[in-house]
Every structure is written in C-alpha cells, then in structure tokens.
Design a protein around this ligand. Structure first.
Ligand code: KIV
Ligand code: ZN
Length: 385
C-alpha cells in the first residue's frame, strides 16, 4: 500500500472561494480540526497577502504541532521572508513557492520569457532553501504547460533544493487520462525525480478534480492537495474527503491510502461548512445529507435485507452514527457533549457548561432541540470572549 500525503489547502485555496472570509479565530478552529483529522500538511494561508493572514498563519504555526504547517509565497524574496516570519515556529517549517509555467500565463500575466521563468523559479527555491528544510514548488497551470519545458524547469528546481513538486491543474481543464499521462511522463523523464515527492492539485471546473487526483495517484503522485467539501476558487478544488474515502473503499484498485482518521470527516465537513458559510449540497458524495439516505421502496427493501445492496460506504466510516441522538429536555451532559463534538465544536469546559445550561433553557421551551438551534447557540458561545 503506498502512503499518500494529504496536503489540505482549505485555509488558503478554500478561503479563495468567492464570498468566504475567515477571521483568525475561525481559521485556528478549522486548523485544530484538520490536525484531528490527521492531515499531513496544512496550508494555513498566504502570509504576504495581508496583515490578517500573516497573523493567522503565525498563530496556527505556533499552535498546531501534530502536522506540518505551510504558507504560500510568490517566487520573490519578499514573499519568502514574510512566510519565514510566519512559519518559523512551526513543527516542521515548510514553504510553498509557486510560479506559472504555461505559455498563456508566462506571456500575459508574468510577461517573462521561459528562460526568465526558469531563472526566477530557481533563485526563489535557492533563497527559500536557506531557511526552510521543506520547500514545495508549484508550476502553476502545469497542466497547460509544454511538457519538455516542464521537465527542464522541474529538473532545475529540484537541483536548487525543492523537496516536493506540485503540478496543478489550475483551471480544471484536463481529463483523468491526460493527467495520468502527464504524471507518468514526468516520472519517466525528469532525471532527478526520485529526490522529491510529486503532488497533484486539481480544480473542479469540469467536475473532474477528484477523478483527476486519483489518476495522478495511480501514475506516481505521492501527495494530494485539496479542500474540505471541495471549496475553493470558481468551481472549487478536489474534495479531500472524497479522495480519501475512494482510496479506502477501492484500495483493491488503487493500492494506496492516506493516514486520515476517516471518522473525523463528517465533523470536519460540518465545521468548515458552518464557518465558511458554504452549505454542503445534499447530494454531495460522502458528506452530503443524502449520502446515506434511501428513498425508493426497492432501495429501502434491499438495504433492510442487506446493507451492501445499495450502500458501499458505511456512515460510521466517516463519523456519522445511525442511531442519531435527538436532544430534548431529558438529555444529559454526556449526550450533549457528544452532539457538540459531532457538530464540529471544541469548547472549553467552562463554555461547555454554559452552553449546556443554555441548551437546557431552550429544551424547556421546545420539544426537540435541532442541530440548527445548536449551531446558532454554539457559534455564539464559541465567539464570545
Ligand atoms: O491552482 C493553483 O495553481 C494554485 C497554486 C497557487 C498552487 O492554487
Ligand atoms: Zn489552486
């Protein structure tokens, strides 16, 4: 079984979702949950982009010690310096430097020749390597780049000290077959490829981000990048939870696995949805409300006779417990605490006691306290100083 590293970018690419703006308390809350989920690397933000993001990345790097924390930087010394200031206290300082390599981006956005792009990338990686033990370099728009040019720049960037090479499908343009072919080509043609891990980072413009990530894994990628619930620019990024569950359920086929604690998936999804304000569609794979619901008589009959007739994933696998707890005025502190955790909240003992009291007051007035009631109440409690 090949181990695939999970690089979560919910707090950076995910935050680039139109309309989403997480404050530093919310980012830290999500970061702690991502740590519980067991991601290998979390991209906490883009330190040079704003003072607020710099502070958030710094706080996360100082707090989260169970995984590597990284931040994005353009290929220039100023961005790398900001990233170092934000990340130097992390358990394993890691930077993510990127530069576009496609003809469209080099000509119109960067206004640089291919040779200038190679020089800029190599210099940035060498500079970053003076401080960071782990340097990831991304060839933005790799999947629309010339392959021979990609081989040249990746070879030189590896010689300059990069430890991870990421080949993003920045605009979600490619098909699984094409992505698989690109990764295989790089594995076979970059002479020093064995010195690094190859990473995949797919966007979902044509609805293929998860399939494309899996195709990259089948053809040599050892790291997958994505976001929880697939949030991100435009149509979003590959949904990490979908890739991880696909690898688990179809490990006979992929022969690869992540180290994620899959039963933390639902909780993580709930938290990200709540704090980002991005609702999860009911029919979304793995985390949608209907993912385990059976409506038609034939399906219900089949599932009652034998679950596997229509259910390839058990709800418990992702932390959904079928005998759902319904909370009312007779519910005790233990059930309340479990529900709070299921909904993705992590409250101190004092806040939990206060929330329990508010819940009891509400339960006196209502027969059943719904998850929505609790969301509102717990969000208020969490953000209270
Ligand atoms: O999609 C993309 O190319 C990116 C890079 C910054 C890695 O998010
Ligand atoms: Zn991206």
């Amino acid at each position: 079984m090949r181990k695939i590293d999970v690089f979560d970018t919910t707090l950076r690419d995910g935050e680039q979702t139109p309309g989403v703006n997480l404050n530093s308390i919310e980012k830290l809350e999500i970061a702690k949950q991502l740590e519980r989920l067991g991601v290998d690397i979390m991209e906490a933000g883009f330190p040079a982009s704003s003072k607020g993001d710099f502070e958030a990345v710094k706080k996360i790097a100082q707090t989260v010690k169970g995984c590597s924390v990284t931040g994005l930087a353009r290929a220039n010394e100023k961005d790398i310096d900001w990233a170092w200031e934000a990340l130097k206290d992390s358990a394993e300082p890691r930077i993510h430097v990127f530069l576009a390599t496609s003809p469209i981006h080099m000509t119109y956005k960067l206004k640089k020749t291919p040779d200038q792009v190679v020089e800029t990338a190599v210099n940035a990686v060498k500079y970053a390597k003076q401080r960071f033990p782990q340097v990831q370099w991304s060839a933005e728009d790799a999947c629309r780049s010339d392959r021979k040019f990609l081989v040249e720049i990746v070879t030189k960037v590896i010689d300059a000290g990069a430890t991870v090479i990421n080949l993003p499908d920045t605009v979600g343009y490619r098909s699984p077959e094409e992505i698989g072919h690109l990764f295989r080509y790089m594995m076979e043609n970059v002479p020093n490829i064995d010195k690094v891990k190859l990473s995949t980072h797919c966007h979902d413009d044509l609805g293929m981000a998860v399939s494309n990530s899996l195709a990259a894994i089948e053809n040599g990628a050892l790291q997958i990048e994505g976001t929880i619930n697939g949030i991100g620019e435009r149509a979003g990024n590959a949904s990490i939870e979908e890739v991880a569950v696909a690898l688990k359920i179809r490990n006979d086929h992929y022969k690869a696995e992540t180290g994620l604690k899959l039963d933390e998936i639902k909780r993580t999804s709930n938290l990200v949805s709540k704090l980002s304000g991005m609702a999860v569609p009911a029919n979304k794979a793995v985390v949608g409300a209907n993912a385990f619901a059976h409506e038609s008589g034939i399906h219900q009959d089949g599932v009652l006779k034998e679950k596997t007739t229509y259910e390839i994933i058990t709800p418990e696998l992702i932390g959904v417990y079928s005998n759902r707890l319904v909370l009312g005025k007779l519910s005790g502190r233990h059930a309340f605490k479990q529900k709070v955790q299921e909904l993705g909240f992590d409250l101190s003992d004092t806040k939990l006691n206060e929330a329990f009291q508010s819940f009891k007051d509400l339960a006196d007035k209502k027969k059943e306290v719904t998850d929505e009631d609790l969301f509102v109440m717990l969000t208020d409690k969490q953000t209270e100083s």
